[in-house]
Design a protein around this ligand. Structure first.
Ligand code: HAM
Length: 518
């Protein structure tokens, strides 16, 4: 070993300035990294405290977590839109004097066995229950309504004006606006022969559209009369017996086209090809007189008169611009006997928005001793939402609540609950913060997340004086923090909303005066 090496190993290690600088930089970097890590961990704790605990789910869960095909889960944010829509349905119906009813979703299959080849009867969610009864989830509400009316026949004073928003089930091919379950707003009038009934229903449909911002430029309602169609088809040799199944086939025109309809009329109904072609040709009529001209001599003209009267009443009522005559609308359900109609988007992108008509023979089919005049419509909750999206008319419906009550600490929780109960006794909506937050900032985060207008702080200092402190989170009437809050006596909590309104008005006045003085 060389002596030089030994000397070098034993000599005191003098670090160069450069090396020292490098080391210092390294240490600073490490400290910064650790500080950042600690801050991140703190933020995560704070966030989970503010947001609550979130759920982690396995990527391969042991059960299928998707809702069944064609059905929808209603998470709160989606449910808010559904509630808004249903409220509009309800408001329109109650404003026009209709009463709400409901019934079980489970019905007997026999109610729908109409043998006219309707698609609906092959789409039922049908099964035999443990009593051996053939039951089904209802595919539509009209047979249920007829059953209910007949169930109390003698005690029913006609006309009845009823509405409902049932969930209906059809095993459909799902597509835009068509699902396997949907909610269907129904309005029906039982016991009125006059065309005023159809007019009233169509008025309600248009009022509903208007109430959600849809205009007659966006949507139209095609109207036809099965009575008139029956006259025309009778002149072509179609018997009354064949009329309903022929209508069911004609209704497919939009979906399957002229040729396929002709083919089905020939094959399924044994019609001569020439007759089938004439039937399809008459569906192209775009005004009442043109269709009337197709009726043979001596054919009953009441259907034509009814259509004309309907258009005239619609003008008087102020919604004539929504209606158009269209002979191709015959509807796919067998029971319609008179006026039929369907709502459509004028851009032509969506499936039918709603549909209905007169069904004077349905109740006698179920046991009424004589014909009971009836008409109504069904209006689904799917296409209309698609239309609102197209038009940019979906309302913004954030989560919101008036108050959140927050305890200063765990020890004040009982007192905070007492305060919450007192505020609720006055009719206000109150969210109780279940676990007091360690930091005030987290309480504010929570309040913002649930859309609260006011935080009610329940802290020892105010409580000892029989008070709570209320902070307004949306006080656009002032910039001063002390003006955004109000201490309220416990005995006044039942009328706290009124006190807060008074406080707001007072602060507005003060600030207006100050601004004027400047
Ligand atoms: P509908 O034409 O079968 O008539 O249905 C009426 C409305 O319900 C349709 O225009 C559509 O808005 C909605 N609808 C139907 N099927 C579906 C589906 N699979 N998915 C989403 N929406 C759907 C009837 O049901 C008659 N019972 C209406 C009626 C009441 N007629 C007289 N009174």
């Amino acid at each position: 070993m060389s002596s030089t090496n030994e000397i070098a190993a034993d000599a005191p290690q003098e670090k160069s300035e450069k090396a020292l600088k490098r080391e210092a930089e390294k240490a600073a970097k490490k400290a910064a990294k650790e500080a950042e890590k600690a801050a991140k961990a703190e933020r995560a704790v704070a966030m989970s405290a503010a947001r609550g605990v979130s759920v982690q789910c396995s990527t391969a869960p042991p059960v299928e977590l998707e809702a069944c095909s064609g059905t929808r889960d209603w998470y709160p944010e989606e449910f808010r839109l559904q509630r808004w829509l249903f409220e509009k349905f309800r408001q329109t119906a109650t404003r026009t004097g209709f009463e709400e009813y409901d019934a079980p979703v489970l019905e007997r299959q026999e109610l729908y066995k109409r043998k006219a080849g309707e698609e609906i009867t092959s789409q039922m969610y049908a099964f035999v229950d443990q009593d051996g009864v053939d039951v089904t989830l209802r595919p539509e509400m009209t047979p249920t309504l007829a059953r209910m009316v007949l169930g109390r026949a003698a005690s029913m004073m006609l006309p009845l004006k009823w509405f409902s928003i049932p969930q209906c089930w059809r095993f459909e091919t799902t597509q835009r606006g068509r699902k396997r379950e949907h909610y269907q707003w129904n309005m029906d009038i039982i016991g009125c022969k006059s065309i005023s009934a159809e007019t009233e229903l169509l008025y309600a449909v248009c009022e509903f559209f208007r109430s959600i911002g849809i205009t007659s430029a966006d949507v139209g309602i095609k109207v036809n009369s099965r009575k008139v169609m029956a006259s025309v088809l009778d002149s072509y040799g179609i018997t009354a017996e064949k009329f309903a199944p022929v209508c069911v086939i004609m209704d497919k025109l939009d979906k399957i086209g002229d040729e396929a309809v002709i083919e089905e009329l020939v094959n399924a109904q044994n019609l001569p090809k020439e007759t089938a072609e004439k039937i399809v040709a008459c569906l192209a009529c775009k005004n009442v007189d043109e269709l009337a001209a197709l009726c043979g001599e001596g054919v009953d003209q009441t259907g034509i008169e009814e259509l004309k009267r309907l258009f005239s009443l619609a003008d008087d009522y102020g919604f004539g611009d929504w209606l158009i005559f269209d002979a191709s609308v015959v509807r796919g359900l067998a029971y319609y006997t008179g006026i039929v109609f369907e709502g459509f988007d004028r851009a032509g992108e969506l499936r039918a928005i709603c549909g209905g008509g007169r069904y004077d023979k349905l109740l006698s089919l179920y046991g009424a001793m004589s014909e009971v005049p009836a008409c109504g419509f069904g209006f689904g909750d799917c296409v209309i939402v698609e239309l609102l999206k197209e038009k940019g008319l979906v309302p913004v419906l954030p989560k919101s609540i008036e108050f959140v009550v927050a305890a200063f600490n765990e020890g004040m929780q009982g007192k905070a609950m007492k305060a919450a109960a007192l505020i609720r006794s006055g009719g206000a909506d109150v969210d109780m913060l279940l676990e007091p937050k360690k930091k005030v900032a987290n309480t504010f985060d929570y309040a913002n997340r649930i859309g609260a207008r006011y935080i009610v702080f329940v802290a020892p200092q105010e409580w000892e004086n029989g008070m709570v402190r209320i902070k307004d989170l949306r006080a656009e009437y002032t910039d001063k923090e002390d003006e955004k809050q109000l201490d309220v006596k416990l005995s006044d909590l039942g009328r706290v909303s009124e006190l807060l309104r008074e406080h707001e008005a007072a602060m507005r006045t003060v600030n207006e005066i100050e601004t004027m003085a400047i």
